[in-house]
Ligand binder design. Structure first.
Ligand code: B12
Length: 211
C-alpha cells in the first residue's frame, strides 16, 4: 500500500512533515493504526538503526527520524485510545536511569493505551526512586521498564531491588524490554516478563492481570 511506503520513507529520511501527511492519508484510507506501526514505522526505525550501525547515519539523522516517528504517533495515539476497550488496569512505564532512548518505550506505551490500559508514562532517564514513588502514589498493576544501552540494563535490577526494599515488589508485576534485554536477563534480575516487541508487551500485560 502506498501509504506504508510513504510513511516508511518519511521516517527513514527524517521528514516530519511528510510523515504527518502520509499518516493522515493512511488514516483516511482506513488503515488500522496498529498495522501502520508494525508494517511501516517499526521497519523504518529498524532501517534507521541499520544505517546508524553502518555509519551512514549519525546522531542528527537519528534525532530527525525520531521526530518524524513522533509526529506520526501523535496522530495515531488518540485513535488507538478511542478504539481500546477500557480495562481497570494501570501500567507505569519508563526508560531506566541514564538512558535517553524513548522511541521503543513510546511505542509500547501507545500500544498499551490502544489495548485499553491506563498508562502512566514517566518518560526517560527514570531513577529507581521515581519508579518507587509512582508505584506508591498510583498503585499500578504492572511496571514496564525499557533500556537500550548495555550500561543502563543494571538499572533495571536496581529498580527491582528498590521496589523490594520499599516493600512494594509483591504488589506489582514487572515487565522489561529494549534491544539488549533478553528472557535470560529478565529471569536473572527477577522480572516477571520480557518481550522484544510492543504487541508482545500488550499480550503479556493482559495475561499478567488475568492471572
Ligand atoms: C535512535 C537511537 C538513538 C537516539 C535516541 C532518540 C530517542 N528519543 O529515543 C539518540 C541519538 C539520542 C541516541 C543516543 C545514544 N545512543 Co543510541 N541508538 C538509537 C538506535 C539507532 C535506534 C533505537 C530505536 O529507537 N529503535 C527503534 C525502536 C522501535 O526499537 P526498540 O527501542 O528496541 O523498542 C522495541 C523493542 O525493543 C520493545 N521494547 C522497548 N522497550 C520496551 C519495554 C518493555 C517493557 C517491553 C516489553 C518491550 C520494549 O518494543 C519496541 C517496539 O517494538 C539504536 C540502534 C538500534 N538498531 O537499536 C542506537 C543504540 C541503542 N544507541 C547506542 C549508543 C551507544 C548511544 C549513545 C551512547 C551514543 C553516543 N555516543 O552518544 C547515546 C546514549 C544516550 C543515552 N544516555 O541514552 C548503541 C547502544 C550500544 C549498547 N549495546 O549499549 C546502539 C545499539 C547503536 C550502536 N549499535 O552503537 N541513540
Amino acid at each position: 500500500m502506498v501509504q506504508f511506503q510513504d510513511l516508511y520513507d518519511a521516517i527513514v529520511t527524517g521528514d516530519a512533515k511528510k510523515a504527518r501527511a502520509a499518516t493522515e492519508s493512511a488514516i483516511a484510507a482506513g488503515i488500522p493504526p496498529m498495522e501502520l506501526i508494525s508494517s511501516s514505522m517499526v521497519l523504518a526505525m529498524d532501517e534507521v538503526g541499520r544505517l546508524f550501525e553502518a555509519e551512514e547515519y549519525f546522531v542528527p539523522e537519528l534525532l530527525l527520524a525520531g521526530r518524524a516517528m513522533k509526529s506520526a504517533m501523535e496522530l495515531l495515539r488518540p485513535l488507538m485510545i478511542a478504539a481500546g476497550q477500557k480495562f481497570a488496569t494501570r501500567v507505569v512505564i519508563g526508560t531506566v536511569k541514564g538512558d535517553l532512548h524513548d522511541i521503543g518505550k513510546n511505542i509500547v506505551a501507545s500500544m498499551l493505551e490502544g489495548g485499553g490500559f491506563e498508562v502512566i508514562d514517566l518518560g526517560a532517564d527514570v531513577s529507581p526512586e521515581k519508579f518507587v514513588a509512582a508505584v506508591q502514589e498510583r498503585d499500578p498493576h504492572v511496571v514496564c521498564m525499557s533500556a537500550l544501552l548495555t550500561v543502563t540494563m543494571p538499572a533495571m535490577r536496581t529498580t527491582i531491588d528498590a521496589l523490594k526494599n520499599a516493600g512494594l515488589r509483591e504488589r506489582v508485576k514487572v515487565l522489561i524490554g529494549g534491544a539488549p534485554v533478553t528472557t535470560e536477563y529478565a529471569k536473572e534480575i527477577g522480572a516477571d516478563g520480557y518481550s522484544d516487541n510492543a504487541s508482545g508487551a500488550v499480550s503479556l500485560v493482559k495475561s499478567m492481570v488475568a492471572a
